[in-house]
Ligand binder design. Sequence first.
Ligand SMILES: Cc1cc2nc3c(=O)[nH]c(=O)nc-3n(C[C@H](O)[C@H](O)[C@H](O)COP(=O)(O)OP(=O)(O)OC[C@H]3O[C@@H](n4cnc5c(N)ncnc54)[C@H](O)[C@@H]3O)c2cc1C
Length: 453
Amino acid sequence: MTASPARETDVIVIGGGLAGLSATHRIATSGRSVALIEKCERLGGSSAMSGGWFALSGTAIQRRAGVEDSDARFIADMVETGAGSADEELLQRLVERQIDAVAAIDRADAWTDELKISAGMTVPRAHLIRIRQLLAFLEEKAVAAGAVILHSHAADRLAWDGARVHGVRSASGDLLARAGVLLTSGGFSRSRKLIELFVPDQVAAMPYGGVGNTGDGLRMAWALGAGVADIGHVAGTYGQSPETTDDEHELLTANYLGAILVNAHGERFTDESESYKVLGSAVLAQPKSMAYQVFDSVVRALSKPGVPLSDMERIEELGHLVRVPTIAALEERLGIPAGRLERTVEAYNEGVSGRHGDRFGRTGLVNGVGALVPVTAPPFYAYPAVTAMTSTFGGVSVAPDTSVKRIDGTRIEGLYAAGEVVGGFHGASYMTGTALTKALVFGVEAADTIVRG
Ligand SMILES: Cc1cc2nc3c(=O)[nH]c(=O)nc-3n(C[C@H](O)[C@H](O)[C@H](O)COP(=O)(O)OP(=O)(O)OC[C@H]3O[C@@H](n4cnc5c(N)ncnc54)[C@H](O)[C@@H]3O)c2cc1C
């Protein structure tokens, strides 16, 4: 829907992904006027492209599956994943307000029964949500409650009156905000300049994520002195096919089901149970910045059609999964010198059988959890994959109520931020599903903060 610009409104929300829609919905249903401006023709950003995994603890789905989880364990896992450098006040608020995420997913009827353990978790906590259904629900309800949504309307600058942010400057028309401006403009995965500036070792990662995610919110906030958090830890995700298009994201983590990772020389180089962000950096350092996920028919049988990260059927359909009867044939197909991969697999299998410890310290399928399986049952498979910059989990500094903080810790009056544009939650690495949970929860938190005044 395209509407004519309202000159003045209570709140302006910049960016129409999950965080922006979550906030817009909450503000509109609380009776305040709100304009959501979106740079692209379509809403959705990275949220609409995402796998739809949400990290949540203490849910009915976990209870039904007999999974014992708690808020304290969720926080402890995030602190551990972030190597102690995540902001615990933000984590506390994230976990406390999960209830808002659960309520929104309930209302949108967007749950599936899929629950799994993934990067950074010590118990299954990743819940698969029908993300597009959730986004469509929030948009529809927000518009029904009076929100104005302006497409192809990029924010260029924040308007500052000397005391507070009071609006947004845009080539498509300036807007004024009586109560506040909320940045929900996503990360900078599509900005080569910012990747080069902050994490030059990640430049070879394949750019991905929403096409509008070029760090505009970060730049606008910096211009007013905003601080940043976690940015130096931003890393790409390993497991994406180099053939992936914007329309279909092809990501597989067969390593969390038992696959090993080998480089173009047929050699292992890491503990495959590590977070796919840690693996992303390890793979960038390998020849041709790629690695094969190598597995056998036992792991192949664990595929879940239609479930992001575990769908081998789709990858096979697309012709991106190599299948051969022997490891020797795999060497031939992948151009690995004869005998090299055989020796790698043999050494790995000996480690799994307990004859000696694993060379790279692998003790489990994911994060040290889950029994390892040998690579022995033909046919054998290989999936060539690279590191992709899907999201950038560092960004502007905020207080737990989403107020943007300056580099000296003081607040920038009238300016709030939520979603991927924000840093501080993840520290040194990233737990699967926390980006979407963070976007949904802090969209609500930002709305409540602004509406409260
Ligand atoms: C392929 C893929 C899979 C993923 N899978 C998962 C997953 O399963 N679980 C998980 O937790 N995370 C996942 N992520 C990360 C997660 O999707 C994002 O971190 C999250 O969706 C960010 O939400 P957001 O609302 O902050 O930003 P986005 O959804 O990216 O929305 C930001 C919006 O702001 C707009 N915008 C930017 N600049 C401007 C401007 N100047 N003016 C106006 N609008 C602007 C953009 O065009 C965009 O529409 C995945 C990411 C990708 C790319």
